[in-house]
Design a protein around this ligand. Structure first.
Ligand SMILES: NC(=O)c1ccc[n+]([C@@H]2O[C@H](COP(=O)([O-])OP(=O)(O)OC[C@H]3O[C@@H](n4cnc5c(N)ncnc54)[C@H](O)[C@@H]3O)[C@@H](O)[C@H]2O)c1
Ligand SMILES: [Zn+2]
Length: 406
C-alpha cells in the first residue's frame, strides 16, 4: 500500500527521534480531579497482526498542561482495520483508536479552554482531532507539515513512554506540548454522536469541496454512489443542507433501504442492471428522466469511478472521495467523460480543522431533522472484546463498529 507512505515514514521517524523527551512533567500544584481515579489504566495494544492484548499501565502523572480522560467509547475506522490486518508501517506495538470520546477526570492547572476557545472543566466530554492548524492546505496525513508526534496525535503513532495515547483504552492522557493537542469540548453531544464526529467530518469536507463547483443547489439532482458509512453520512450531510432529490446507488439492498431512511428519495441497485447503459438509464429514470446535476463517488471501486460519469448531465459536477487509499487505476474516456461533458471534478481527502468543528453542529442538525444517525453504529463491544470487534469489522458485518466501555 502506498498511502502517503513517505509522509507516514517521516512522522514515524520524528516520533521515534522525539520519544525520549515526550513525557509529561508532573504538576507541582494539585490538578483538578473528579471521582476515584484507579492506579492503573488499561490499553488495548496491537501486539501482533490481528491481535490486541489488554495491557495495564500505571496511571500517569497529569502535568500542568495535560488532561486525563476516562474513555467512554471509540469507533473502529478503516485505518485501524488496515493496521490490524497488515501493520503496513511497522508500528506494532501500537495503541490505536482515534474516533474516541470520554469525560475529563483530571486537568492540569494551565488548562482552561479547548482548541476552539470554549471553557473546559472536569466532567466535560471531549474529542481529539488530528489536525492542528486552521489551514485548508492541511489534512490528516500531512502530520509532518504540522510537526507533531505521539504526544499530540492519538491512536495512530507508535507507543511511547506514557502509553495512554490511543482511544481503545479506559483512560487516555491528552498532553499539552509545543503545539498542544487539538481537543474539543463536545459535552452538548450524546455518546454516539461524539463517536461519529471523525467520519462525519470527512463528509462535511467533501460537501464543502463539492460546493466549490458552484453546482449544488437546494433542488439539485444528486447521485450518491456507495452506501457504506461514508455514502450514508454523505446523504445525511446533503439532507441537512436541504438537498432532497438524492438517488442512492449500491448493490446491497439492505444498505439501499438504509439510504432511503437517511433521506435518499430513490435508490438504484446496480446488480439489477446489466451494463452501464442500462444502469445509467435506471438512474435517469429515478430522477424522472434527467441525469444528475452532481454526484458523490463513495466506493473504493475503480469500476464505480468509471461508471459514475454516465450518471451526470453535461456541465454537471463530481466529487470523488472513495479512495482514501490507493485502490488501483480506473478507466475513463477523456473525450466523453470529461471534455464533451464539461464535468466539474473535485477530489476530497479527510478534512480540515474547521470542518471538524463544523461537524459538531452538523450532528445536532441531523438529529433535529430526524435522521437515524445513531443507527449507523450497528455493533458495540466492550474493550476486552476488541479482537472480536475488529473481526466483525473485517467481515463487513453491519456499518460502524464501536468499542463502548462499561
Ligand atoms: N476521502 C476520504 O478522506 C475518505 C475517508 C474515509 C473513507 N474513504 C473511502 O470511502 C470509501 C467508502 O467507505 P465506507 O466505509 O463507506 O466503505 P464500505 O466498503 O463500507 O462501503 C462501500 C459501498 O460501496 C458499494 N459498492 C461497491 N462497488 C460499487 C459499485 N460499483 N457501485 C455502487 N456501489 C458499490 C458496496 O456495496 C458498499 O456498500 C472507502 O473506499 C474509503 O477508502 C475516504
Ligand atoms: Zn478514522
Amino acid at each position: 500500500m502506498d498511502m502517503n507512505s513517505a509522509n507516514i515514514e517521516e512522522i514515524v521517524k520524528q516520533v521515534l527521534a522525539g520519544m525520549a523527551g515526550n513525557g509529561s512533567s508532573a504538576s507541582a500544584a494539585a490538578p483538578a480531579a473528579s471521582g476515584d481515579i484507579p492506579k492503573v489504566a488499561h490499553v488495548a495494544m496491537l501486539t501482533s497482526l490481528e491481535h490486541y492484548d489488554i495491557k495495564e499501565f500505571p496511571m500517569p502523572e497529569v502535568g500542568d498542561d495535560d488532561i486525563l480522560v476516562k474513555v467512554e467509547g471509540c469507533g473502529i475506522c478503516g485505518t485501524d482495520a488496515h493496521e490490524f490486518k497488515r501493520d503496513p508501517f511497522g508500528l506494532i506495538p501500537v495503541a490505536l483508536g482515534h474516533e474516541g470520546t470520554g469525560e475529563i477526570v483530571k486537568m492540569g492547572k494551565n488548562v482552561k479552554k479547548d482548541s476552539a476557545g470554549k471553557d473546559v472543566k472536569v466532567g466535560d466530554k471531549v474529542v481529539t482531532c488530528m489536525i492542528f492548524k486552521d489551514d485548508p492546505e492541511i489534512t490528516m496525513f500531512d502530520l509532518n507539515k504540522q510537526n507533531v508526534g505521539a504526544a499530540d496525535v492519538y491512536g495512530l503513532l507508535p507507543d511511547d513512554d506514557v502509553h495512554l495515547n490511543g482511544w481503545f483504552s479506559d483512560y487516555i492522557l491528552i498532553r499539552g506540548g509545543a503545539f498542544g493537542s487539538t481537543f474539543f469540548n463536545v459535552s452538548d453531544l450524546d455518546l454516539k454522536s461524539r463517536i461519529l464526529i471523525e467520519p462525519c467530518a470527512v463528509l462535511v469536507h467533501a460537501v464543502e469541496r463539492a460546493k466549490t463547483t458552484n453546482i449544488l443547489r437546494f433542488n439539485s439532482r444528486v447521485v450518491v454512489q456507495g452506501c457504506g458509512p461514508i455514502g450514508l453520512i454523505c446523504i445525511a450531510v446533503l439532507r441537512t443542507l436541504g438537498v432532497e432529490n438524492i438517488v442512492a446507488v449500491d448493490g446491497n439492498q439492505q444498505r439501499l433501504e438504509f439510504a432511503k431512511k437517511m433521506g435518499a428519495m430513490k435508490s438504484v441497485n446496480f446488480m439489477e442492471h446489466k451494463g452501464i447503459d442500462a444502469l445509467a438509464g435506471a438512474v435517469k429514470e429515478a430522477f424522472g428522466g434527467h441525469l444528475a446535476d452532481f454526484a458523490f463517488q463513495c466506493t473504493g471501486s475503480p469500476a464505480a469511478h468509471s461508471n459514475i460519469y454516465h450518471f451526470i448531465r453535461n456541465g454537471g459536477g463530481l466529487c470523488e472521495l472513495g479512495f482514501f487509499i490507493n485502490g488501483g487505476d480506473a478507466t475513463i474516456n477523456p473525450h466523453f467523460d470529461l471534455c464533451s461533458k464539461e464535468i466539474n471534478l473535485v477530489g476530497s481527502w479527510v478534512y480540515t480543522l474547521r470542518d471538524y468543528a463544523t461537524t459538531f453542529d452538523f450532528l445536532k442538525r441531523a438529529k433535529a431533522i430526524g435522521l437515524p444517525m445513531d443507527e449507523l453504529i450497528t455493533h458495540t463491544f466492550p474493550l476486552e472484546e476488541i479482537n472480536e470487534a475488529h473481526q466483525t469489522n473485517l467481515a463487513q458485518k453491519g456499518l460502524k463498529i464501536a468499542i463502548i466501555n462499561k
